[in-house]
Design a protein around this ligand. Structure first.
Ligand code: IPE
Ligand code: IPE
Ligand code: MG
Length: 257
C-alpha cells in the first residue's frame, strides 16, 4: 500500500480565491512541515529577551495556518519542541511549555470555529500535566474537523519515534501476532506517530540552518527541502508564497527519470 492510500486526507471544500495567480492549485503540496527556527535570534537582534521571540513566533504560526486554510493545503506539521530542547536553560523550557498551554487554551475556540483538527506528535507523557490535559481537550474537541490538520511536534525526536516504532513491532512479534519477515515499510510507518498523515511534500526551515535537527527523519525521505534566511517571527504570507513558488519549480523524480 502506498502512503497516500494509507492516509485519510481532509477534503478542502472552500474556494481558493486568494491563491496567488502564479501558483498552480493542482500542484500545491498536500503536506507542509516547518522547522520554526530563529525566535531567539529575532529577539536578540532587537535587544529583547529570547522568549519575546517565541511569543512572536506564535503569531507567525497562526498566519501560516490561515494561509493553509485560504490556499487549500490540508496538512501542516510544525516543530515546536524537540527532545533535545530540554537541554536549554530551565527558565526558557518552562516559558515555552507554559506558552504552549496558554496558546492552546486561548486559541481552542478559534480552531473550532475554523474547523481545524489539531494533533500532537512526540513523547507527550513527559510533558507537564496541565499541558497534557490541554492537549487532550484540544485533540478531543477538534478530532472530527476536516478542513486543515495541524500537527504540532512537541517533545518530538525523529530517532525516538523510530525506536518507539521498533519496540511496538518487537512486542507484536513477541506476542506471535507478526513474523519478522512481515515487517515492511508500510507496517513500520503505521507504528510512527504520524501514521494518519501523508508524508510531507515540502519541508521549510527558517533562519538558514541546513540541518534537520531530528525532525521527521523517516517521513521526509522524499520531501523537497526549502531553507530561508528569514527568521521565524518574520516569516509571513509573502515568505510562504515564495516557498511555494520554489516548490512548484522543483522537478520531483522519486528516483525515476
Ligand atoms: C525556535 O527558535 C524555537 C524552538 C526551538 C522552540 P530558537 O529558540 O531555536 O531560536 P534561535 O535558533 O536560538 O534563534
Ligand atoms: C529545532 O530548532 C527544533 C525546533 C524548531 C523546535 P533548534 O534551534 O532546537 O535546532 P538546532 O539546535 O539549531 O539544531
Ligand atoms: Mg534554533
Amino acid at each position: 500500500m502506498t502512503n497516500s492510500q494509507r492516509s485519510s486526507t481532509p477534503t478542502v471544500s472552500h474556494p481558493l480565491l486568494t491563491l496567488p495567480a502564479d501558483l498552480d492549485p493542482q500542484r500545491l503540496p498536500r503536506h507542509v512541515a516547518v522547522i520554526m527556527d530563529g525566535n531567539g535570534r529575532w529577539a536578540q537582534q532587537r535587544h529583547l529577551p529570547r522568549v519575546v521571540g517565541h511569543q512572536q513566533g506564535v503569531e507567525t504560526l497562526k498566519e501560516l495556518l490561515r494561509c493553509c486554510q485560504d490556499w487549500g493545503i490540508p496538512h501542516l506539521t510544525c516543530y515546536a519542541f524537540s527532545t533535545e530542547n530540554w537541554g536549554r536553560p530551565g527558565l526558557e523550557v518552562e516559558f515555552l511549555l507554559t506558552l504552549f498551554e496558554r496558546v492552546l487554551r486561548q486559541e481552542l475556540h478559534a480552531l473550532i470555529q475554523e474547523q481545524v483538527r489539531i494533533e500532537f506528535v512526540g513523547q507527550l507523557q513527559a510533558l507537564p500535566q496541565a499541558l497534557q490535559a490541554q492537549i487532550q481537550e484540544a485533540v478531543a474537541r477538534t478530532r472530527h474537523h476536516q478542513r486543515v490538520w495541524l500537527t504540532v511536534a512537541t517533545n518530538y525526536g525523529g530517532r525516538q519515534e523510530i525506536v518507539h516504532a521498533c519496540q511496538a513491532l518487537a512486542q507484536q512479534v513477541q506476542r506471535g501476532e507478526l513474523t519478522p519477515e512481515e515487517i515492511d515499510e508500510t507496517r513500520f510507518a503505521q507504528q510512527l506517530y504520524t501514521s494518519t498523515s501523508p508524508d510531507p511534500d515540502l519541508l521549510i526551515r527558517t533562519s538558514g540552518e541546513m540541518r534537520l535537527s531530528n525532525f521527521l527523519l523517516w517521513q521526509i525521505a522524499y520531501a523537497e527541502l526549502y531553507v530561508t534566511e528569514t527568521l521565524w517571527p518574520d516569516f509571513n504570507r509573502e515568505s510562504f508564497y515564495q516557498a511555494l513558488v520554489a516548490f512548484q519549480q522543483r522537478q520531483r523524480r522519486f528516483g525515476r527519470l
